[in-house]
Design a protein. Structure first.
Length: 208
């Protein structure tokens, strides 16, 4: 015979008991959101997916690892800072950079010709978008541990502008980068980064 169908009252009671049990064991991240189909519930996102800001304007990490020992609040803060910073690189919009980095931000691997401080990322984004106007930044991997954010990025676009005197022909560009961000009280205060410049210059046709 088929399994009996529980009443709505029984379903709600079971959901409440499940939530209480989860809170008691410290595994509940948020209350489950109701589903439009006949009062059923969708499961709450689990760690570390519950740390991600799902706002549609922010880039979403493809993979996320987070250290539980720093606490949910701090971990969520650092994930959010990463999303803001790499949304800046994905869009070129300064408001995301301003929200992510401290006014006293320092680049510890400053490339020649790039200004120090918050002006540096703005300079780099503006100049690179002059060569690759449709530049995007994929947040492929994020690791949050202590006061550090480590990110693996994939930049993509088409070389339709000009770089170092070379005019693009619309060729595809794709290269990787690795960043380490040091988070202070509320924003990123310094970083270290490395890009696959050899692959990039070869694709731009500007390599030596």
């Amino acid at each position: 015979m088929p399994w009996p169908i529980p009443s709505r009252s029984a379903t709600r009671t079971a959901a409440v008991l499940a939530t209480v049990a989860a809170l008691a064991t410290g595994t509940a991240a948020a209350a489950p959101a109701p589903s439009p189909d006949r009062g059923h519930h969708r499961p709450a996102p689990s760690w570390p997916q519950n740390l991600i800001d799902r706002s549609p304007d922010l880039v979403q990490p493809k993979a996320l690892t987070a250290d539980r020992s720093i606490g949910t609040r701090r971990a969520a803060q650092e994930v959010h800072l990463a999303q803001q910073l790499y949304t800046f690189w994905n869009t070129g919009q300064q408001r995301y950079l301003d929200a992510a980095i401290d006014p006293q931000f320092r680049d510890n691997t400053l490339p020649p010709g790039r200004p120090q401080g918050p002006a540096g990322p703005l300079f780099a984004s503006k100049n690179f978008r002059a060569a690759v106007p449709d530049l995007t930044c994929e947040l492929s991997d994020v690791l949050v541990a202590g006061d550090r954010i480590t990110a693996r990025l994939v930049f993509r676009g088409h070389f339709t502008g000009t770089f170092d005197g070379v005019r693009g022909r619309g060729q595809a560009v794709e290269f990787n980068a690795i960043d380490i961000q040091h988070v202070g009280t509320d924003r990123i205060v310094e970083d270290w980064h490395i890009e696959d410049n050899q692959a990039l210059l070869a694709q731009l046709g500007a390599g030596s």
